[in-house]
Ligand binder design. Structure first.
Ligand SMILES: Nc1ncnc2c1ncn2[C@@H]1O[C@H](COP(=O)(O)OP(=O)(O)OP(=O)(O)O)[C@@H](O)[C@H]1O
Ligand SMILES: [Mg+2]
Length: 139
């Protein structure tokens, strides 16, 4: 269990991302928590860009799950905003197993993430128009 905090604007997000690229492995999930517009999708875009994903990374708010592939790893980017815990999460869980996963609004998915994955929780707080605080917890 560790906790790390960073405060940054859009230009210096690398400081947060560089510390997290070591977790790009199978059966890891990043849980992205924070209010609407806090910067969850922006984090995912920057993270996948730094890893080397060449495709355009867009918000999965309407598709719910976008998938990418990098160096033989499957990457799932989920946005559960439009789901509730009453929805069947099994099809998403099946995709997530043996993949690297990033999930926005994880509280809307009826999945006990810790049972299947190593969990990295990323809480994003709006500080002001130009900056966000990222609180990273492992465990
Ligand atoms: N570190 C940051 N510093 C300043 N602005 C940021 C930062 N990260 C994101 N933003 C800005 O916040 C806004 C919302 O970002 P984003 O769409 O990523 O939020 P979100 O949390 O995914 O929202 P939603 O809950 O609707 O999915 C964008 O205008 C983006 O440029
Ligand atoms: Mg989003």
């Amino acid at each position: 269990m560790f906790e790390k905090k960073y405060t940054t604007n859009l230009n210096n997000m690398k400081c947060v991302i560089n510390d997290l690229t070591q977790y790009f492995k199978e059966n890891i999930v990043f849980l992205l928590c924070g209010e609407m517009g806090s910067g969850k999708t922006t984090f995912v875009k920057n993270f996948l860009y730094e890893l080397g994903v060449k495709e355009l990374v867009t918000s999965p708010t309407f598709t719910i799950m976008n998938q990418y592939e990098l160096n033989g790893f499957k990457i799932n980017h989920l946005d559960a905003y439009r789901l509730t815990t009453n929805d069947d999460a099994e099809p998403f869980l099946e995709e997530m197993i043996n993949s690297f996963n990033l999930v926005e609004w994880p509280e809307n998915l009826n999945i006990d993430f810790k049972e299947y994955f190593k969990v990295i929780k990323i809480n994003i707080l709006i500080i002001d128009n130009d900056s966000r605080m990222y609180i990273i917890e492992e465990g």
